[in-house]
Design a protein around this ligand. Structure first.
Ligand code: SF4
Ligand code: SF4
Length: 356
C-alpha cells in the first residue's frame, strides 16, 4: 500500500538539548539539569536545518529538555526561519520572561507549546516534581499574551490527572490558548515508572470518545496527540451520524493520520540520532554521519512505518489502518516489537477489508 507515494516530513521534533530545569515524572528524555555530552554544535544545527530545507518545509519543534538551556537557541530558530521553515518551541515555563518572549517573536517562533498536567498548582507541581512549576507556566503564558505570541497547551494524561482534563481544557480556553492537545502517556523514558499509571484501554476509548463529543463545543482547536485510534473513533462517529469526514491536512492543527511517525514526522535527539518519534527509542540514523534527507528516505524503520500492510496482527488488517495504524511506540514499549498490534486499542477489525 502506498509504496510509491512520496513521503515528506511535515513535523520534526528536535531535542536541541537534554538539559532541563525540571525533572518531570513522565519525561521522555528523563532529562536533568546537567550538561550532556555530544550535543550538536551550532554549526551542526545549521547544517541540519539547511539539509531539511533542501527537500521539505516542515514545522520544526525546538524541544528538550528546556530548549532555552542552549545559548544559541535564538540563532538556531532564526536560521530555520530564514530558510523558510516554520519554527515553534516547547519551553518548560520557568525560563520565560518578556525579553525571551520578544526574542522568540523576533526570530520567527510562530507558536510555543506549554504543558499543564494539573488544573491547579498542587496537582501540576506534584506531576512536575517541582514546587512553583505551575506558577512558571502561568508566567510564561502571561509573557506570551503580552507580546502576542501564539501558544498551545499540552497535557500528558495518566490515571493521576485524567479527571482534571475537563478543568485543564477550561483553563486553556480562559488563558487564551490557540489549541489544547492532550497526550496519552507512552511508558518510555522516565514515564516507564508510570506504566501502572497508564489508563486502561477501555478508559482510553472513553476518553477519546469524550474528546470527540467536545470538539464542536470548544472555541479552540482540541485534539489528542499520539492517540492514533482517535482517527478511527472520529470516522466511526461521523459515519454513524451520516456525515462525510473532512479533515485539515496541513499546518499546526492538521488532522490526517493518527500516527505520523516515519511518514510525516521524525524526532532528532540532542546528539543527532534520528528516530521515528521521541517515544520509540530505536535509532534510524545519525545526522552527524549522514544527512537527515538521506536517512528520511532510506532508513529501514522509516520504510517499515510506511508499509502499513506490514504491521502485525489486527493493525495490519484493520480497515482503519491508513488513518490510524496504532501507536508504534506503545507497541514497542509493551511487546518489544514496533510492528506489533497497538496494545491500547479495543477495536476488532473486519478482516475482509484487507488490501482494499
Ligand atoms: S509512535 Fe506513538 S508516540 Fe510516536 S508518533 Fe506515533 S503515535 Fe505518537
Ligand atoms: S486495530 Fe490498530 S489500526 Fe485498527 S483502529 Fe485499532 S489501533 Fe488502529
Amino acid at each position: 500500500m502506498m509504496q510509491n507515494q512520496e513521503y515528506l516530513p511535515r513535523l520534526i521534533a528536535w531535542e536541541v538539548t537534554r538539559s532541563c530545569v525540571l525533572s518531570c515524572i513522565h519525561c521522555r528524555a528523563a532529562a536533568t539539569r546537567g550538561k550532556y555530552k555530544g550535543e550538536l554544535t551550532t554549526a551542526e544545527c545549521f547544517s541540519f536545518l539547511e539539509d531539511v530545507a533542501t527537500f521539505a518545509k516542515p514545522i520544526i519543534i525546538l524541544t528538550g529538555g528546556e530548549p532555552m538551556m542552549r545559548d544559541d537557541i535564538f540563532e538556531i530558530a532564526k536560521k530555520g526561519t530564514d530558510l523558510g521553515l516554520r519554527m515553534v518551541m516547547a519551553p518548560c515555563g520557568p525560563l520565560m520572561n518578556i525579553e525571551k518572549a520578544n526574542l522568540m517573536k523576533e526570530v520567527g517562533i510562530q507558536r510555543i507549546s506549554l504543558s499543564i498536567d494539573g488544573a491547579t498548582s498542587e496537582t501540576h507541581d506534584k506531576f512536575r516534581q517541582q514546587e512553583g512549576a505551575f506558577a512558571g507556566v502561568m508566567k510564561a503564558i502571561e509573557c506570551a499574551n503580552t507580546v502576542g505570541l501564539e501558544f498551545q497547551i499540552n497535557t500528558t494524561i495518566t490515571k493521576i490527572n485524567i479527571h482534571e482534563v475537563p478543568e485543564i481544557l477550561k483553563l486553556a480556553v480562559a488563558l487564551g490558548a490557540k489549541a489544547y492537545h492532550p497526550f496519552l502517556l507512552v511508558p518510555t523514558g522516565r514515564g516507564k515508572d508510570l506504566a501502572d499509571q497508564e489508563i486502561s484501554p477501555e478508559d482510553y476509548e472513553k476518553t477519546l470518545l469524550w474528546i470527540y463529543n467536545q470538539r464542536n463545543n470548544i472555541p479552540i482547536q482540541f485534539k489528542p496527540t499520539c492517540a492514533p485510534h482517535y482517527y478511527r473513533i472520529y470516522r466511526q462517529q461521523e459515519k454513524a451520524a451520516g456525515r462525510t469526514v473532512t479533515v485539515k491536512s496541513h499546518g499546526m492543527d492538521a488532522m490526517t493520520k493518527g500516527c505520523m511517525g516515519g511518514t510525516g514526522f521524525a524526532f532528532i535527539s540532542n546528539t543527532g540520532k534520528v528516530q521515528i518519534c521521541g517515544f520509540l527509542e530505536e535509532e534510524c540514523g545519525d545526522i552527524k554521519k549522514e544527512p537527515f534527507s538521506l536517512i528520511w528516505k532510506t532508513s529501514k524503520i522509516f520504510n517499515e512505518m510506511r508499509n502499513i500492510d506490514g504491521y502485525r496482527g489486527k493493525c495490519g488488517i484493520c480497515e482503519y489502518r491508513t488513518v490510524c495504524g496504532g501507536c508504534r511506540a506503545r507497541a514497542y514499549a509493551v511487546t518489544g516489537d514496533y510492528l506489533a498490534p497497538e496494545p491500547y486499542c479495543t477495536y476488532t477489525p473486519r478482516k475482509t477489508d484487507k488490501g482494499k
